[in-house]
Design a protein around this ligand. Structure first.
Ligand code: SIN
Length: 348
């Protein structure tokens, strides 16, 4: 109801009616404008930029949750290591300072789950669809279940894609790596891969990588193109070699105590929204990496090298011993299960 203009109200009774109308209209417009007060806030911290597969999947998750809960559940996203980085995010999750993380699978070995480093084995997966058959099969589910040993709940996997190598020279053959200081994630498998190529691995948090490249603390690194581009590493690396030598993917984790404190219906709502957001992330991952590569071509700062099959085969041969050498760290049973899963994939 819209109130009459005050000048139209001659008698006091009319004025009272005008005031009542005004009060009712004010109340109605206030309640239309006011956002519902969230009952639950999910703090989601991650280390990459928003324009990456992970950043976009996290944003999709927020949208789905807020729509479906009518604003009752709020998602606050902290990208780009704004809140926590590689060193402290797991501890923050365990202490309840954040509620959701999506670390790369390579970062679980350091906190006591070396079996996750099987995803880092170089030249193991031919294409992302191969990885998904592992992550969405029994082996992947058993790995997530392991996280309960540290009070964590693994809610799902999703992809970034295949990693490429960068430096201030082309990296096309094992000899090109010799003596280079290569930034790596905290994964012994990735460190061993760099050593097998004759490089020195230097473990650094993701958020410090660009600065370390710019200052010459390290000479090169590896990552899918979307991470390389959004961190502006192309401004400090003259060459990107499209080696596709290894996979980068993520697991979304939450704190068990926090998770079990939620109503079952909210866990179902969050779980469903997350599954859809992760499927969305998988869908756009290739496109985001392709877009980043196109942007990199257009920027013209960095020479981009495509390897021949023979060059890739020589790199693969050089790092082959890593599979055997790190089998004990990953766990012989996990390695067997991995081989079985890959065999089924090949025969199926
Ligand atoms: C990420 O994609 O989450 C970061 C990967 C890295 O640390 O290299």
């Amino acid at each position: 109801m819209s109130p009459l203009p005050f000048s139209a109200c001659a008698a006091p009774a009319d004025r009272r009616q005008w005031l009542r109308g005004l009060a009712a209209a004010t109340l109605a417009s206030t309640s239309l404008r006011a956002a519902p007060t969230p009952e639950i806030t999910l703090r989601f911290s991650h280390v990459v930029a928003e324009e990456t597969p992970k950043g976009l999947a996290a944003n999709r998750f927020r949208l789905l949750i807020e729509q479906r809960s009518g604003g009752r559940i709020q998602v606050l996203i902290y990208p780009d290591a704004q809140l926590y980085g590689d060193h402290d995010e797991m501890q923050a999750l365990q202490l309840g300072a954040v509620d959701l993380l999506a670390p790369s699978l390579s970062k679980f070995g350091r906190i006591g789950f070396p079996e996750f480093e099987l995803f880092d084995l170089p030249f193991l997966f031919e294409e992302v669809a191969d990885v998904r058959r592992i992550t969405q099969g029994r082996l992947g589910q058993r790995l997530l279940a392991r996280l309960s040993h540290q009070g964590l709940v693994g809610l799902g996997y999703f992809d970034n894609g295949f990693k490429q190598m960068s430096a201030n020279r082309p990296l096309l053959a094992p000899a090109d790596f010799v003596g280079l200081r290569m930034r790596v994630q905290a994964s012994r498998v990735i460190a061993a891969q760099m050593r097998a190529l004759g490089a020195h691995p230097v473990t650094l948090p993701f958020s410090e990588t660009r600065r370390a490249l710019a200052s010459g603390v390290v000479d090169g690194t590896e990552n899918p193109v979307s991470n390389f581009w959004t961190q502006r590493m192309h401004e400090v690396q003259t060459d990107l070699s499209l080696t596709e030598h290894g996979y980068l993917g993520y697991a979304v984790v939450t704190n068990q105590r926090f998770w079990m404190s939620l109503a079952e219906s909210d866990r179902a709502l969050i779980g469903q929204a997350l599954r859809e957001a992760l499927a969305f992330g998988n869908l756009i991952a290739d496109t985001q990496n392709d877009k980043a590569l196109a942007a990199l071509h257009a920027a013209g700062t960095t020479r981009i090298h495509t390897l021949t099959d023979g060059q890739r085969a020589r790199l693969a041969r050089a790092v082959e011993p890593v599979h055997q050498a790190l089998a004990n760290r990953i766990g012989l049973q996990w390695m067997d299960d991995l081989r079985q899963a890959l065999k089924q994939r090949l025969s199926g």
